[in-house]
Design a protein. Structure first.
Lengths: 79, 213
């Protein structure tokens, strides 16, 4: 056992920050070292990443309505 | 992450110079889609979202001299959208859904429930997961049901590729506040999504109760 590695608990605590690329370089490496050897945590991380991707996909599927563009052109006298 | 994509990149030209009217218009048009998406998820209604973007655009135009080149126009405009939204909703009566037990500390709620319900997607393929089976409006409804301070952070997070620091700058709150609200907000969102999935029959209550046991 390598005591330098993060435990599952320490890794999962950093899940959100890791997925958002908000960890320090050192912490990122430590998380990835754990994921290399822990299939359970890897499955969790993949699941959470997929959930976030799906939510972004569903929530972003919107285009600005033409009516707003027309209103703005009038209001701001855009060309 | 830097502001990727159209209009998100800092305006060209010498830093701290003012943008011309022409540049202002170009930058505004370039981010209109994403600004409207943000407004739609903040207000929850397309008419209100159009009004919000128009009010923000007029306000931004009036104060265009305060935008500095070399900074992100998108972040500057989002800030105006969010502030305008707060101003408008303070005038109206805001109804928030009571979330009672939805404010648990962080854990991987949906993963645990999906596993218990036998709905974990095979391997890394999420196409048969719970969210994939939900309509866009149902997902938007779950987001809209979060208490306001969590909803605003989560909306900025989901609607654009912003860093925690960029969200903090837009909302004028410390980065630690963004982090904690976002992490808790995501957890609440997963619970709300699961609840809606139950309503829709995507997961059955017996799946969930089995998970509770």
């Amino acid at each position: 056992m390598n005591l330098d590695r993060y435990t599952c608990l320490e890794t999962v605590r950093r899940l959100d920050d890791y997925l958002d690329r908000e960890l320090s370089e050192r912490e990122t490496i430590e998380v990835e070292r754990h994921l290399e050897v822990c299939d359970r945590c890897l499955a969790r991380f993949r699941f959470e990443g997929a959930v976030l991707d799906q939510l972004r996909g569903k929530l972003r599927r919107v285009s600005v309505p033409d009516s707003l563009v027309v209103r703005l052109r009038g209001a701001l006298r855009l060309p | 992450m830097a502001y990727a994509g159209d209009g998100g990149t800092p305006a060209a030209g010498a830093p701290h110079e003012r943008a011309s009217d022409q540049e202002f218009e170009t930058m505004l048009v370039a981010i209109l889609d994403s600004a409207y998406r943000l407004a739609l998820r903040l207000t929850g209604e397309s008419g209100d979202a159009e009004d919000l973007v128009q009010e923000a655009a007029l306000r931004a135009f009036r104060f265009r001299h305060t935008f500095q080149r070399g900074t992100s126009f998108k972040a500057w405009f989002y800030r105006i959208v969010v502030n305008q939204f707060y101003t408008t909703t303070r005038r109206k009566h805001v109804t928030t859904t009571p979330l009672d037990e939805l404010t648990d500390a962080h854990d991987i709620f949906m993963y645990a429930r999906s596993a218990e319900a036998g709905l974990l997607p095979a391997a890394a393929d999420p196409s048969d997961g719970v969210i994939a089976r939900m309509a866009e409006d149902d997902v938007a409804r779950a987001l809209a049901s979060l208490p306001e301070e969590f909803r605003t952070v989560a909306t900025l997070y989901f609607m654009d590729d912003l860093s925690y620091q960029e969200i903090a700058d837009i909302l004028d709150v410390p980065i630690g506040t963004v982090r904690s609200r976002l992490h808790r907000g995501r957890h609440m969102l997963q619970k709300q999504l699961w609840r809606i999935a139950e309503e829709l029959g995507i997961v059955t209550r017996s799946d969930t109760q089995r998970g509770d046991a």
